[in-house]
Design a protein around this ligand. Structure first.
Ligand SMILES: [Fe+2]
Ligand SMILES: [Fe+2]
Length: 323
């Protein structure tokens, strides 16, 4: 069985996105792939139009049900909705800022403080919207989580030997108070207070360990080999500093990465598929006990690649296909 893994297409409404995405799926089709996996950030601002475009193109290429398509959400699929009223508030302030900079600065500070608190209810609604849009891909999934998490994590038995464990890693634990320091840092870099506030606390990841364990030890798993789908990466400190500073990495990583890896190491995991940091590559996790594939470099300038997985009874062969 052949599986394609892509990630972070960040859909927008421009014709250039549509042609790039069609181009990518054309390349996937050429490799005679039976199943497509997308590990999050399908949309960029999580608008209805972005999802319409993505779903229409996927359907055009016959990725129309859970047998052929599996998706999980990335931070860009949920947080624009979580902070919808916040960004609306900001856009109105932006218009008035030129006329009354002092009053609006004070107002902006008040708004920032109000939205600094993470709101689980808003998160649940945003995740529900994502799963509703991709309902057609969940017809073959077994929900392990309850309504609170829109069923996440999900299990999909893709054949006799392999099962997918589909995790939502975006719910940021409420004790992370990165918002004001992060906004301040962005302001220092951009000197634009509105840019500084456009991405509140939403790039970190967190995984519910109890739910993850429930999925990994689910009675239906038997002796199956598992492929775990997570949006956030598994890079160690050393691996991640190839790409970014340690302080920036703190705003991007899974905050309970250690526990997640401990949990995965105890199980029959064949590989972890993810995105979030925009490169396509394979790397070892936990001194090679686990194997991770990042598929987020699909639209990288000069080096666009996606992951082709060949599943055999004994192992998974993987190669990155260049566009
Ligand atoms: Fe992304
Ligand atoms: Fe992301």
């Amino acid at each position: 069985m052949r599986i394609a893994h892509i990630s972070d297409i960040h859909a927008n409404t421009t014709p250039s996105f549509q042609s790039r995405f069609r181009n990518l799926l054309e390349s996937v089709r050429e490799q005679d792939v039976g199943h497509l996996i997308i590990t999050g950030d399908l949309a960029d601002k999580a608008t209805c139009e972005e999802y319409d475009i993505v779903i229409d193109i996927l359907n055009d290429f016959d990725f129309r049900d859970g047998k052929t398509l599996t998706v999980i959400p990335g931070n860009h699929d949920v947080f624009p909705l979580v902070y919808q009223s916040f960004t609306f508030h900001l856009s109105t302030l932006r218009e008035e800022f030129r006329r009354e900079p002092v009053r609006i600065s004070r107002e902006l500070y008040r708004v920032l403080r109000t939205y600094r608190k993470f709101r689980p209810g808003h998160y649940r609604n945003a995740l529900r919207y994502f799963t509703e849009r991709f309902r057609f891909t969940f017809n073959t999934a077994h929900a392990v989580g309850g309504e609170e998490t829109s069923g996440f994590p999900y299990i999909k038995h893709i054949n006799e030997e392999y099962a997918l464990v589909c995790v939502d890693s975006n719910f940021v634990s409420p004790h992370i108070k990165m918002f004001l320091p992060y906004a301040l840092l962005k302001y220092v870099i951009t000197k634009d207070m509105f840019v500084a506030t456009d991405s509140p606390i939403c790039s970190n990841g967190w995984i519910d360990i109890d739910l993850l364990r429930k999925a990994l030890t689910h009675p239906s798993m038997g002796h199956k080999k598992m492929i775990v789908l997570i949006h956030h990466y598994m890079y160690s400190k050393q691996q991640v500093t190839r790409y970014m500073s340690a302080s920036f990495a703190k705003t991007m990583s899974i905050v309970n990465r250690k526990e997640v890896i401990e949990e995965l190491s105890d199980c029959n995991i064949e590989c972890i598929l993810h995105g979030h940091w925009h490169v396509t590559e394979e790397y070892p996790v936990c001194n090679g006990d686990l194997r991770a594939l990042n598929g987020a470099g699909v639209f990288q300038k000069n080096d666009s690649r996606w992951n082709l997985l060949e599943l055999t009874t004994n192992s998974i062969q993987c190669k990155a296909i260049k566009l």
